[in-house]
Design a protein around this ligand. Structure first.
Ligand SMILES: C[S@@+](CC[C@H](N)C(=O)[O-])C[C@H]1O[C@@H](n2cnc3c(N)ncnc32)[C@H](O)[C@@H]1O
Length: 268
């Protein structure tokens, strides 16, 4: 890919998603854009850029972002976070709280919000409570997959067997190698498309906790700071923010205090 073409893709991707594609990402962009070229039967990158610019529907930019974004995730990723939520729930339930709101801000194919839903259900036991998880992502492809809630058995390797039996079932299509999330767990989650680089967000809060993990690494400091300000606005005082272990909020922690590595609390 020519340097100038790469710069154009980089600018388009940044403007629509906040994803910063640094120098040295030419090969990655070329490979991922290649998928769109093949799908559209377009022979070169410049032709595709033209197609993108002329697409009045905005649909192709969604497809491009789908192709560019990295969606790696798995169930109970960074288990310390889920243990922490379990302990918080015990504390909050003990204090008489009955309404809980959570946000999985870059939910990818759903493993993160479903792991959270399982954790919350386990913490609740037989108690009734009003619990909702908002799960968002910029990619419509991963959101569709997350909504379907069907996973191959090997994707469930990190789910303890007892929880797997409790919260997953054979899907209607009868495929022996797949498991579907049970409907009652799925009902706890609302999936929606949201661009984290485009605040302010339509939610009001207050939220008990926000999972914003392994996505800020793709943003520059400007986008990161604006996103953090929105998360702080939405969190309740005493609410928690979970980030990926590789992500540091150093220098951007106004109104947040570090509790443990990658876990922050909003000041009361
Ligand atoms: C590596 S996955 C992280 C998934 C999950 N949070 C985890 O930690 O396992 C990053 C996700 O961020 C999403 N993403 C990237 N840029 C985004 C943006 N501007 N707004 C919302 N989601 C975005 C991608 O589509 C992808 O699904």
């Amino acid at each position: 890919m020519e340097a100038q073409t790469f710069r154009k893709f980089r600018d388009i991707v940044y403007a629509h998603s906040g994803i910063s594609l640094g120098d040295g990402k030419e090969a990655l962009v070329s490979a991922r854009v290649g998928k769109r070229l093949r799908a559209l039967n377009i022979s070169d990158h410049k032709g595709y850029l033209k197609y993108l610019e002329q697409d009045g529907s905005g649909e192709e930019i969604v497809q491009l972002l789908d192709a560019i974004s990295t969606n790696v995730t798995h169930f109970f990723r960074e288990p310390v976070h889920f243990d922490f939520v379990r302990d918080c729930m015990a504390k909050w339930l003990g204090a008489g709280q009955t309404r809980f709101r959570f946000w999985s801000a870059a939910c990818s194919t759903g493993e993160e919000p479903y792991s959270l839903a399982i954790t919350l259900r386990e913490a609740l036991g037989n108690r009734q409570a009003d619990v909702k998880i908002l799960a968002t992502d910029i990619s419509t492809r991963v959101l569709n997959s997350a909504r379907a809630g069907i996973f191959e058995l090997d994707k469930l390797a990190k789910v303890p067997p007892a929880l797997r039996d409790r919260y997953f079932e054979r899907p209607d299509d009868g495929r022996a190698n797949n498991r579907a999330v049970r409907a009652d767990l799925r009902r706890m989650i609302v999936f929606q498309r949201l661009n984290l680089a485009n605040p302010p967000f339509p939610m009001r809060g207050p939220l008990d906790a926000v999972f914003c993990r392994n996505v800020m690494i793709y943003f520059d400091n400007r986008v990161r700071a604006a996103l953090l300000a929105e998360i702080v606005r939405l969190l309740k005082p005493g609410g928690y923010l979970f980030v990926g272990h590789a992500e540091s909020l150093t220098g951007m922690m106004a109104d947040l205090k570090s509790v443990k590595p990658s876990i922050y609390v909003k000041n009361r």
